[in-house]
Design a binder for this molecule. Structure first.
Ligand SMILES: [Zn+2]
Length: 302
């Protein structure tokens, strides 16, 4: 065997071993996976429990999720009652270190200023989502700075040798995000004048950052499909306020969205509320690129 062939064989044998040495991180969502990858770089291997383009608020855990958690060195969740189903999985896993309060457990909503806060948390059994506040906080790029800070702290705690790498990765990511943000804000500025309607209220953090005005929602309450009287009220409001755009996420039912849009003469815009929900939203930064593209295209076509 030539020396080069021998080196190639050695590399092939070594790479699975290297992959094994990576810190196994499990996140509930694809957005947290992308943010963890951004700061963890090649020291981590990250799995998201909820597959792309699933509604994480309605997720039904699968048997393999418990197996994934058994191997996890770190668990990262959205919190704010968004992924309540994780608690049952963590209990089944029987590893206190990754359970609430454990050293390898990260609630990414820590230090986030939540919007639409309510006095009392409600469980998933009462038929609607958004218990203790609106949980879609990752849709403000400013909050990614806070979330990556929380993740870096946890990674450095369980892998102190990588601490400086995690800090450097985060600094580079935050700088890239800041430069992208200016462009996104400039491109969305013309939409400030036009109120929007969405199927589900995923958008208050996005709206605050980009100064958009979501005037109403097709769902009667978060997680509750619309009643005919609610739909009629939304259509009336859209006509009165001149709402031109209805935002839909790909997993949401098309029928009610199409009905409302046609009755009010509005355009349907499909946006991704999570990484992977649209084919071009492959990571955290391209999630915003995809949404800004979709909104500016729809606006230009009117
Ligand atoms: Zn929601």
């Amino acid at each position: 065997m030539s020396r080069i062939a021998l080196i190639l064989v050695c590399l092939a044998l070594a790479s699975p071993a290297l992959a094994q040495q990576r810190l196994q991180v499990v996140t509930t969502t694809t957005d947290l996976r992308s943010l963890t990858e951004a700061v963890g770089g090649n020291r981590v291997a990250v799995t998201s429990l909820v597959p792309p383009n699933f509604d994480a608020e309605e997720y039904q855990p699968r048997p393999q999720d418990v197996l994934r958690l058994k191997d996890a060195r770190l668990v990262v969740r959205v919190g704010l009652d968004y992924d309540l189903w994780l608690d049952r999985l963590l209990a089944q896993t029987g590893r206190p270190e990754i359970d609430r309060g454990g050293p390898a457990y990260v609630d990414a909503s820590f230090a986030i200023a939540a919007l639409e806060l309510r006095g009392m948390s409600v469980g998933p059994g009462d038929g609607h989502a958004h218990g203790s506040g609106n949980p879609h906080y990752w849709l403000d790029p400013g909050n990614a700075e806070i979330v990556t800070g929380t993740i870096v702290e946890a990674l450095a705690r369980i892998d102190p040798a990588g601490a400086s790498v995690y800090e450097a990765n985060r600094a580079a990511f935050v700088a890239k995000l800041a430069s992208k943000l200016a462009g996104w804000q400039a491109r969305l500025a013309p939409l400030k004048a036009f109120p929007l309607v969405a199927y589900h209220n995923s958008w208050p953090y996005f709206a605050r950052r980009f100064r958009l005005d979501f005037a109403g929602f097709i769902e009667t309450k978060p997680g509750v499909p619309p009643s005919p009287s609610h739909l009629a009220g939304i259509i009336e409001m859209m006509r009165a306020r001149g709402v031109r755009f209805v935002v839909r996420e790909p997993h949401e039912p098309d029928r009610d969205v199409a009905f409302v849009a046609s009755k009010a003469g509005a355009t349907v815009v499909t946006l991704a509320a999570s990484v992977g929900a649209l084919p071009n939203a492959v990571d955290y930064i391209s999630l915003f690129d995809a949404n800004v593209d979709a909104l500016t295209k729809a606006s230009a076509a009117r």
